[in-house]
Structures are given as structure tokens and as C-alpha cells.
Design a protein around this ligand. Structure first.
Ligand SMILES: [Zn+2]
Length: 138
């Protein structure tokens, strides 16, 4: 069974026993979650957002990977890369101006329409300038 799985996944490197055990466990969990889904159970979860939380209907495949990498699921919910999701969260959901001040520091002003935005909008507005810098006032 594991050998078959290994072949299926195209793994050429030898798996050490810990990884093997994890794969086996994940497969068991996946089968269990799929069974629940077939029986009408849905997996409703909350994704962190500026407004407090967004509902996400998770699939069994997403759930087995979730404990090891929650950020990957959050990012995929919003349709952005993990690195973009993390930057968005680090910048407190707002897009800061890309200009540098005369002192050489990054301008801290928020770009127009860039306050508390969704990750996809954050990605779109990144690289823009605040009102002052977009008009070349400084
Ligand atoms: Zn600025």
C-alpha cells in the first residue's frame, strides 16, 4: 500500500520511517474526512481577515495539510501566494506608500484606497504611492 502510494506520488528519495508514518496517517485521515463528507458533513472554518474572519468551506484534502501549514490554506482562500499573504498581514492589511522620504526612510502613509484591504487588492495596490508622493509634492 505504501509502496503503491510512493510510486503514485513519484517519490524517488527513500522515505524515512517518520515521513512514511505521516503519509500513512494523512491517508487514513483523508479517507475518514472523505467518508464524513459523503455522509453530508461540511467543514466550515474561519479564515483570519481584517473584519475578523471569513468563512471557508474546506475540502478533506485541505484539512489534512492544514495543521502543518495553515498559512498555505489562508493564502489559497484569498487566491494569493503565501509570501503575499504574510506581507499583507505584516503590513496590517494596508498598503503603504512605496516612496522614500528625504531622510531615506520608507514613507509610512497609506496609498489611496489601500486601508484595510483584502489580500488580492493589497497585491494589486502594492508599489503605488500616497497622495503626496503620487503628485510629486515631496
Ligand atoms: Zn508617500
Amino acid at each position: 500500500m505504501l509502496q503503491a502510494l510512493r510510486t503514485q506520488l513519484g517519490l524517488r528519495i527513500p522515505l524515512h520511517s517518520g515521513v512514511r508514518a505521516n503519509l500513512g496517517k494523512n491517508m487514513e485521515n483523508l479517507e475518514f474526512l472523505r467518508k464524513l463528507q459523503e455522509l453530508g458533513v461540511s467543514f466550515c472554518m474561519s479564515i483570519p481577515s481584517p473584519a475578523g474572519g471569513e468563512t471557508h468551506m474546506a475540502t478533506p484534502e485541505e484539512l489534512v495539510k492544514f495543521p502543518d501549514d495553515p498559512i498555505a490554506l489562508y493564502a489559497s482562500h484569498y487566491g494569493v501566494f503565501k509570501s503575499q499573504y504574510l506581507s499583507w498581514a505584516n503590513e496590517e492589511f494596508s498598503v503603504r506608500c512605496s516612496a522614500k522620504t528625504r531622510k531615506g526612510k520608507r514613507c509610512k502613509a497609506i496609498v489611496k484606497g489601500g486601508y484595510n484591504v483584502e489580500p488580492s487588492r493589497w497585491v494589486k495596490l502594492t508599489g503605488e504611492y500616497c497622495v503626496i508622493h503620487s503628485e510629486g509634492l515631496e
